[in-house]
Design a protein around this ligand. Structure first.
Ligand SMILES: [Zn+2]
Length: 277
């Protein structure tokens, strides 16, 4: 299974691209898969001749700002981007969807490794024109992210924790893998309803959200873009580790029932020793 890019990987990507692209001019664009472009009236061609002024992350999206239009890359389930020097081809099985060529010869290749296309490109005047960015909730990686914001999202919510953590309108940037990791660190069941959390459990969940994402950002920073996904997989405690021993208690990690093997938890640590289902 190809891991979905979540905020730690996308943050590493945005920092890497920012360090290498700010000040560079876009000298050519190629759209290989026309369905990837979500702004039909604003083609990638608008970016030719533009100079990159900044790169930033919004949830699981990256915005490439230029002195003309801005390009938003929404990674979806299995999208990614690689920036390679002139003449180097990306070593990946993922389909190239688009390329941006820069004045130093480097090429940004946008790919999707999924069985269906989930990556989107938008040419906009501001990132918030992209509907899924306009709807984003507060980002737990934002230094100003507060306990009040978090409590406002979980209090009274009749929604399972695993689903709530991935709700981009509530907490931006978390997907399938980090939601498993956060719940394991917080020692909470993925299917528990947010409304049923005690004050002490809310403390644990808030701390785990911050800790898991912040430490993942620190761990991913500086790793080459082509190795980001492998680094993420290797760092997982329970996600994707069905049948392996839990790193905390040594018990076997199980699939969350109904997840088709896409979500994992430790019954000893998270559900009082009683398997779900
Ligand atoms: Zn355990």
């Amino acid at each position: 299974m190809v891991p979905m890019p979540e905020s730690p990987e996308v943050q590493a990507l945005a920092e890497d691209l920012g360090g290498r692209l700010v000040g560079r001019e876009i000298v050519g664009v190629e759209l290989e898969e026309f369905r990837a472009l979500k702004t039909r009236t604003r083609p990638l061609d608008e970016l030719v001749g533009a100079k990159v002024t900044g790169v930033r992350r919004w949830g699981k999206h990256v915005e490439l700002a230029t002195d003309r239009a801005h390009l938003v890359i929404s990674f979806g389930r299995a999208g990614w981007a690689l920036l390679l020097p002139s003449g180097e081809e990306p070593q990946t099985d993922a389909a190239p969807l688009a390329r941006l060529r820069f004045d130093d010869g480097s090429v940004l290749t946008v790919t999707d490794a999924g069985s269906w296309l989930s990556l989107g490109l938008s040419v906009v005047a501001a990132a918030t024109e992209v509907p899924s960015i306009a709807k984003l909730g507060p980002d737990p990686l934002d230094p100003g992210y507060s306990r009040e914001q978090f409590d406002g999202i979980v209090a009274g919510r009749r929604k399972q924790l695993k689903a709530l953590l991935q709700e981009q309108e509530s907490l931006s940037g978390i997907g399938n893998a980090y939601s498993d990791e956060i719940l394991h660190v917080a020692k909470l069941s993925p299917v528990m309803h947010a409304a049923d959390l005690t004050a002490e459990e809310r403390d644990r969940l808030f701390a785990a959200v911050k800790e898991v994402l912040t430490s993942a950002v620190a761990a991913r920073r500086g790793i080459p873009l082509a190795q980001q996904k492998a680094a993420k997989v290797a760092a997982m405690r329970v996600h994707g580790r069905t049948g392996e021993p839990c790193p905390v208690c040594g018990g076997a990690i199980l699939d969350v029932p109904g997840s088709k093997g896409a979500a994992q938890y430790c019954p000893n640590c998270q559900t009082g020793g009683v398997p779900l289902g």
